[in-house]
Ligand binder design. Structure first.
Ligand code: ATP
Ligand code: MG
Length: 423
């Protein structure tokens, strides 16, 4: 039979790697809760028009990246979500979530985009996502960036840059569009086919181009910030003041336009230079018009999506996350039952314990204990069973480094305290 493999660009996350995911999710979730955000979950499949209308017809995502299909039974056009905001706002409108005031929420899960897979770019990828519904800002704009920065700080990631921009309101962008079109029309030969096609439909998308000749003319493109009027200007100045007061380093990058049409005013990205090319690990912005566009009441809002795979690329390799406290090794008559009770008792006291299964010599079991990453091997033989003791051998220190520790004989009831005491 033909060998079945995973779908291109969709990765298995195997046990070792998966511990890192859990580590990330634990920290990100805790931080989001610390800021008073609450979890919510929306479906992975939505009606296609939701994304077409909100993200925008002339965008990379809608033009070429969506996994769309027709429901076989009723012909409904459906799409695997390429991002979270549209679905969350759809759900919030449907449930009238902001009826009693603002809602701060976080969620996470898989996204689907038909892209060319490469390091840090996949067809199924995951985001940790934070949204604040119903607050005009700029206070909450700063808050959400502080939240993102705190997640990265707690993960031990420092080599990134927070870049912010304001893309104004619809009227300001219209004025800017005209200037931008005029700029591109001066050097039409520099535009590739895609840029030409977008020139009159969505010229701001051209600022996002990765084509060399377009990048070149983008360098002299007019600056959107110059088209901002007083209110947007004040909002943006306020955001910068708040970030400075909070001690959050940032740079203004007028080139950030983001890949969705629903954004207005604040747009921001956390970018790292750790790899060959600059990599955006988190992107977000304000979308004050989206609720109304999707049939809700006017509700200012802002959010970000953090690319989990990209953040994990930046985690140290020696985290020893998901390591267990002890691995129980046992051989001999009666030892199996004794060992199982020992393991259960230790779990009752909150420790994580793997019990060896499948038999084998002490030597081969000790190899498994070493490989498990456990801090202790707990060894049970006939002698221990009859004496009610356990031979405890330290394998790693609290930092997870392998050590050559002295084996000690401990009374069964004292093992939990002994293991715990070495924390
Ligand atoms: P890029 O410019 O890299 O294509 P984007 O602007 O399309 O990114 P967003 O839609 O803003 O990205 O998504 C938010 C975050 O999700 C990105 O900053 C990135 O970390 C992550 N991300 C986006 N697309 C992918 C992908 N195909 N694979 C892995 N992570 C991704
Ligand atoms: Mg993209």
């Amino acid at each position: 039979m033909e060998k079945l493999q995973s779908v291109r660009g969709m990765n298995d996350i195997l046990p070792g790697e998966s511990s890192k995911w859990e580590y990330f999710e634990e920290i990100a979730t805790r931080v989001a809760r610390q800021y008073g955000y609450k979890n919510m979950r929306a479906p992975i499949v939505e009606h296609t028009p939701l994304f077409v209308r909100s993200i925008g017809e002339v965008t990379d995502i809608v033009e070429k990246e969506m996994y769309s299909f027709e429901d076989k039974l009723n012909g409904e056009k459906l799409t695997l979500r390429p991002e979270l905001t549209a679905g969350l706002v759809r759900a919030a409108v449907e449930a009238n979530l902001t009826y009693n005031g603002p809602a701060r929420i976080y969620t996470s899960g898989p996204m689907f985009r038909h892209e060319r897979p490469q390091k840090g770019r996949y067809r199924q990828f995951s985001q940790f996502d934070v949204e604040a519904f119903g607050i005009e800002g700029p206070d909450v704009d700063a808050e959400i960036m502080m939240l993102g920065a705190r997640i990265l700080r707690e993960l031990g990631i420092a080599d990134y840059r927070l870049e912010i921009n304001s893309i104004g309101n619809a009227a300001e962008r219209n004025a800017y569009r005209e200037k931008l079109i005029a700029h591109y029309e001066k050097t039409p030969t520099a535009l590739d086919d895609e840029a030409k096609r977008r020139l009159h439909t969505n010229p701001m998308r051209i600022l996002d181009s990765k084509v060399a000749s377009v990048i070149e003319i983008n360098k002299t493109a007019p600056n959107l910030l110059d088209s901002l009027e007083a209110e947007s200007r004040t909002h943006f100045d306020g955001l910068q003041r708040l970030l400075s007061d909070a001690g959050i380093a940032f740079v203004v990058n007028p080139r950030i336009v983001r890949g969705m049409d629903y954004y207005n005013r604040t747009a921001f990205e956390f970018v790292t230079e750790r790899f060959e090319n600059p990599l955006t690990i988190c992107g977000g912005g304000r979308y004050d018009g989206l609720f109304e566009q999707l049939g809700g009441k006017p509700t200012p809002a802002i959010g970000f999506g953090m690319g989990i795979e990209r953040v994990l690329m930046m985690l140290a390799d020696n985290l020893n996350v998901g390591a267990i406290d002890a691995y129980v090794v046992h051989a001999g008559d009666g030892a199996a039952t004794y060992a199982m009770k020992l393991a259960e008792n230790l779990r009752n006291s909150g420790l994580s314990v793997a019990l060896h299964a499948g038999g084998g010599s002490f030597k081969s079991q000790m190899k498994k204990a070493d490989a498990s990453g456990a801090r202790f091997a707990l060894i049970v033989g006939d002698n221990e069973v009859s004496a009610g003791t356990v031979a405890v051998k330290p394998l790693r220190n609290a930092a997870g480094d392998a050590i050559q520790g002295e084996q000690a004989i401990i009374t069964g009831s004292q093992v939990a305290a002994h293991v715990r005491g070495s924390n």
